[in-house]
Design a protein around this ligand. Structure first.
Ligand SMILES: [Zn+2]
Ligand SMILES: [Zn+2]
Length: 207
């Protein structure tokens, strides 16, 4: 095989994934059963989902999510790659691989709008983790479907969320469950800490 041919094949092979799920744009005559819709902040990235209940819905407190979302934690709803239809396929999207810190499509990776940079989803090897804040959750039933079911990487948290949901130290189902305290106890504890804090500062001022 000569070098040009080899190069062409590599280029072709390297972009093959853009034609597959989740980026494969469905033709208008194909029946994609759109149940929900969503878009990024600027509206260049538009997508549809074929189910109104995610496989799972989680809050992730890992430090990568904290940095990537510039937020205390991330809210992600899990879908199959075939459940999504991007109106313009892979166009207007950009990828980031947090492991190698490169702007490459290497799974698992972060996917954003290439114009307004809104985070759209995380693409894993088998599933996608959609960010429900972008999805139009238009009915009470759909909102309930998307309600978070657990916390992941709670050991790395920067805020406590006393909501009574299961809390995993690391990955859900694979790490230790951190016991969730009843909200009243957490509130009492916080109040006591606050009282001690103000007492300390008063003492400091009096000296
Ligand atoms: Zn955008
Ligand atoms: Zn995370």
């Amino acid at each position: 095989m000569d070098q040009d041919m080899a190069r062409e094949e590599t280029t072709h092979g390297a972009n093959e994934w853009k034609k597959r799920a989740p980026y494969r744009a469905h033709e208008p005559n194909e029946h994609f059963d759109a149940k929900l819709e969503g878009n990024c902040h600027c509206g260049r990235v538009k997508f549809q989902l074929s189910r109104e209940e995610p496989l799972d819905s989680k809050l992730c407190h890992c430090t990568t999510c904290q940095t990537q979302h510039a937020a205390p934690f991330q809210w992600a709803a899990i879908f199959h790659k075939d459940d999504i239809n991007f109106a313009d396929g892979h166009h207007n999207l950009e990828w980031y691989d947090p492991t190698s810190k490169s702007i490459e499509h290497k799974l698992p990776c972060k996917v954003r709008c290439s114009y307004c940079h809104s985070p759209i989803m995380d693409e894993g090897r088998r599933m996608i983790l959609m960010f429900p804040s972008l999805i139009h959750l238009n009915t009470e039933k759909v909102k309930q479907n998307f309600k978070p079911r657990c916390h992941m990487f709670y050991g790395q948290r920067v805020v406590d969320v006393p909501d009574g949901l299961p809390k995993w130290d690391g990955l859900s189902q694979e790490s230790n469950l951190i016991e969730d305290s009843p909200p009243e106890l957490v509130r009492d504890h916080e109040r006591k800490r606050e009282q001690e804090r103000s007492k300390r500062s008063q003492n400091g001022e009096n000296k």
